[in-house]
Design a protein around this ligand. Structure first.
Ligand SMILES: Nc1nc2c(c(=O)[nH]1)N[C@H]1C(S)=C(S)[C@@H](COP(=O)(O)O)O[C@H]1N2
Ligand SMILES: [Mo]
Length: 522
């Protein structure tokens, strides 16, 4: 006699159909992302779990890979990174669903690992504060809960569906309306997160109130010929001012809690609030900022009137000790610049800027306070959202880009650019206007020359000079016969030094070479 110990036959295992499994994974992960962004917008703006992972990725990316990405995607390198992350996450979400067709466990494990990754990236971020934990924790809880609930609902619908009982249709409808609700809720949460992210109290320029009146006659009284048709506007409108940020999320610093600490090799440590800074003597000067990554002919440079506190006066008050070599400035986002002390104390208008073009500093350009040093590339001098200045030596501290192989001092190189005609443009044969900009910060431009098809250098007309720390526009007219031509420009500075024609890439200390533009005359 054979005996079955088990009185009831095992229930047939329900295996989720592929589509439902994928939906479970995608909605589980998607709802987690949306919940994270919503909470990030509510509690601590710069803590979106998704962007925290992206920022961490940027921090660990080796320089060669960064250069490759910039080479491939140009200014869209961050968009490419975010798109790439979205694709990877979407694939993992699908995988989470597919490995959970029999049991939710393996899928939940994938969702949990993703959530923990965001949590870790948040915790090790340079500006980490305890409230930043809320968003990734909520994302983790929402993601696993949604995944579990959908899995249960679809599993029930699948089992009852096989049994073809009267409850079959009902279970299916329940599961699908749950999925629909989650999808709608996620979209709403993500949209809400976006709206809220832009509005954290006290962390925008409107929070500082009116700026003190400009101390000198404003640069609005500009000479008439500072720019020409075909050159960039001499004063860059703030919305067009170039931007360089390592971080994906623009820090939002409440002005009331902002402080600046000046310490290290000083006689007296300084601790300044925004009001204390604003109450000091202010200067307002136009300064042409330039990025070391700007390729020959590139447009990573702009000119604005900056209002701020002279850095040298602040340093004099702190009392810089002998032997100090650099100011290691730290942003609230963890970015650092190392500025040689020589240039900031040699009489130039190095400043802690609180205003730009007559308004408070915009959030994107470092609100509430940034450093600006005429004549030095931004990566060694332009620390945005600055909160700490350590007076130190080169040996003691390495700033962000120095660690990544870029040069130490970062003086801006003399350069010139053809803005009109654009590269590969077709222009009517005959007299053609060629115009552009040139810069030799700290020294000034003395001459700009243009060469057609490798022929002799011919001088261009120069725009009015406002100061040695700002760019200078130029224009000329050349005669072009029908056919292909090359236009080339070079500048000479006030010391008589001619801009080098030797071609060099941006890394480590700024690109050189003559901007050369192919055009067709027809
Ligand atoms: N906090 C922070 N400050 C920063 C940077 C940055 O990535 N983060 N980039 C620097 C670089 S490389 C340049 S060229 C200037 C650009 O300033 P802008 O974005 O206002 O034009 O800011 C500098 N300050
Ligand atoms: Mo830069």
């Amino acid at each position: 006699m054979t005996a079955t110990l088990d009185p009831t036959p095992p229930a047939p295992l329900s295996v989720l159909p592929r589509g439902r499994a994928v939906l479970t994974g995608v909605l589980g992960v998607g709802s987690a992302l949306a919940a994270g962004d919503l909470v990030a917008g509510l509690v601590a703006p710069p803590s979106s779990p998704f962007l925290a992972v992206g920022d961490q990725f940027i921090r660990i990316t080796p320089e060669w890979l960064k250069q490759l990405a910039i080479g491939l995607f140009g200014v869209y390198d961050k968009v490419a990174l975010l798109a790439g992350m979205a694709v990877v996450i979407a694939v993992l979400a699908v995988v989470a669903g597919l490995v959970a067709r029999r049991r939710p466990g393996p899928g939940l494990a994938v969702v949990t690992v993703l959530g923990l990754l965001a949590l870790v990236c948040t915790v090790i971020a340079p500006a980490f504060g305890a409230p930043d934990l809320i968003a990734p924790l909520v994302a983790l809880v929402v993601g696993t809960a949604v995944f579990g609930a959908l899995h249960r609902a679809f599993a029930r619908a699948t089992t009852t569906g096989e049994a073809t009982g009267p409850g079959a249709g009902l279970a299916r409808r329940r599961a699908l309306s749950l999925a629909g609700g989650v999808a709608l809720g996620s979209v709403a949460a993500a949209a809400g997160g976006r709206l809220l992210g832009g509005s954290s109290a006290g962390a925008s320029p409107s929070a500082v109130g009116p700026l003190p009146p400009a101390p000198q006659p404003r640069a609005s009284a500009l000479p008439p010929d500072v720019d020409f048709p075909g050159t960039p506007a001499w004063l860059t409108p703030t919305r067009d001012f170039y931007r360089i940020d390592t971080a994906l999320q623009v820090p939002r610093v409440p002005v009331a809690s902002w402080t600046l600490r000046v310490h290290g090799m000083v006689e007296r440590e300084l601790n300044l609030t925004f009001d204390a800074l604003r109450a000091r003597r202010l200067i307002e000067v136009p300064i042409t900022m330039t990025c070391v990554s700007n390729p020959v002919g590139g447009n990573l440079m702009s000119n604005a009137r900056f209002l701020g506190v002279p850095l040298a006066e602040l340093l004099a008050e702190a009392g810089v000790r002998p032997g100090a070599e650099q100011l290691l400035s730290t942003s609230v986002d963890g970015f650092t610049t190392g500025t040689a002390i020589g240039p900031v104390t040699d009489g130039r208008d190095a400043m802690l800027a609180i205003g730009m073009n007559g308004e408070a500093l915009p959030v994107e350009h470092g609100f509430p306070v940034r450093m600006v040093v005429p004549g030095l590339y931004g990566y060694v001098s332009g620390c945005k959202w600055i909160t700490d200045i350590e007076v130190t030596t080169w040996a003691a501290r390495q700033s962000y880009w120095l660690e990544r192989g870029w040069g130490r001092e970062g003086p801006i190189k003399t350069q010139s650019r053809i803005d009109t005609p654009a590269a590969d443009a077709t222009v009517p044969a005959g007299p053609v206007t060629v115009a552009g900009t040139s810069w030799a910060q700290r020294v000034g431009i003395n001459r700009v020359e243009v060469s057609v098809d490798g022929g002799g250098w011919r001088p261009a007309e120069l725009g009015a000079e406002v100061g040695v720390d700002t760019w200078r526009m130029w224009r000329t007219t050349v005669d072009l016969a029908p056919g292909s031509h090359t236009l080339r420009v070079r500048a000479t500075d006030r010391t008589g030094t001619v801009q080098t024609g030797r071609e060099q890439v941006s890394i480590p200390d700024g690109a050189t070479g003559w901007h050369t533009v192919p055009v067709t005359a027809a």
